[in-house]
Design a protein around this ligand. Sequence first.
Ligand code: PEP
Ligand code: MN
Length: 340
Amino acid sequence: MIIVMNKSATQDQIDNVLDRIKDKGLEASVSKGIEKTVIGAIGDERLLDEELLASLPGVEQALHIVKPYKIVAREWHEQDSVINISGHPIGGKDIQIISGPCSVETPDQMQKSAKAVKAAGVKLMRGGAFKPRTSPYTFQGVGFEGLEMFREAADAEGLPIVTELLDVRHLDKFLEKKVDVIQIGTRSMQNFELLREVGKINVPVILKRGMSATISEWLMAAEYIASGGNHNIIFCERGIRTFETYYRNVLDVTAIPVLKKETHLPVIIDPSHAGGKAWMVAALSRAGIAAGADGLLVEMHPNPCEAWCDADQAINPDELKQLMSELTSIAQILGRNIGR
Ligand code: PEP
Ligand code: MN
C-alpha cells in the first residue's frame, strides 16, 4: 500500500502512520520528496484498511497496490484452471455447452429435454427446481420433487446436472441428490452466507454475475467461495442492466476478455437471460465463444411455447443441434475442443 501525506503533514503525523503500519506487522519505507512524503507499506497489505489510513491526520491518500482478490486472481495463478465436471473438462482448451429447460416441469418434459441435450452432443444439462421469480404469485419451481425428476431423466442419458441453489437450507438435499454443479443466480451473487456455504464443499459452482454488479464485485463474490476452500468456480456472464429496453439485458461481451485477464478460472456466458428472446440466442452464443468464453448456459425446451418459465427465450431441440454445429466450427478455428 502507498500512503501519500499532505504537503503540510507534521513529523508526528508521519510517525503515527508508521506506527499503524508496524502494528499490523508490516514494514514501512519513507520517501521524502521536496513537496510530499510518501510511505510504502511492505508485506501483506490486505491487513491494512485503506479507509482507516486515509482518515488519519496528515494523510492525503491511501492506495492498495495489489488486487483485493487473491485465490481467483490470475496474478497468483498464471495458467488457466481446468475444472472437471463429473468427467467433463471446462477451461483451458475445453469448451462445454450446458443446456436444458429454464425450469423442471414434469418427468415427461425432463425426459424429452435430456434426450434432446444428448442428441445435440451436449454433455451437461441444466434445469431449475427452485426458481427465483420477480413476482411471488408466479410459478416458483416444482421444488425437491423436481430435483428427483431431473436426476432420473439426466441419469438415463448419462448427463451431469446443473441446478440453482436459492436457499442455504436446501444444500444438504442438493448434496444428497449429487448435484454435479451448483448454480448461484444473478440475484444471489452477493448473498455472502450462501457463498460461504458453497465454499465449504467441493462441488463445482457456476457464479452468475449480479445484473448490476461490477467486475470487481463479481470477483470478490468468487473470492468468498474460494476462501472457504472450494476453488471449482465458473463465472457466468448473463447480461447486465442498462438504459436499453429493447432486450432483457445487455450481454457484456467485454467482460469475457476482462475476466480472462483477471482470473484463471473458466468464464461462460448465458445468451438466454441476456437477450431474453430465442431468436437472439445463436448470435449471442457465437459472439461469446468467439470472444473466448469457455462455454455456454443455454435454455432449451422440447416445446418452447409450452414452457412454464422463460418460454420466449427457449430454443427448441433442432435449434440446439444447429447451434452446436456452428459452435463446433468456431471452436475448431480457435484450436479448442468442444464438449469432451
Ligand atoms: C436461470 O438460469 O434459470 C436464472 C434464473 O438465471 P439468472 O439468475 O441469470 O436470472
Ligand atoms: Mn430462465
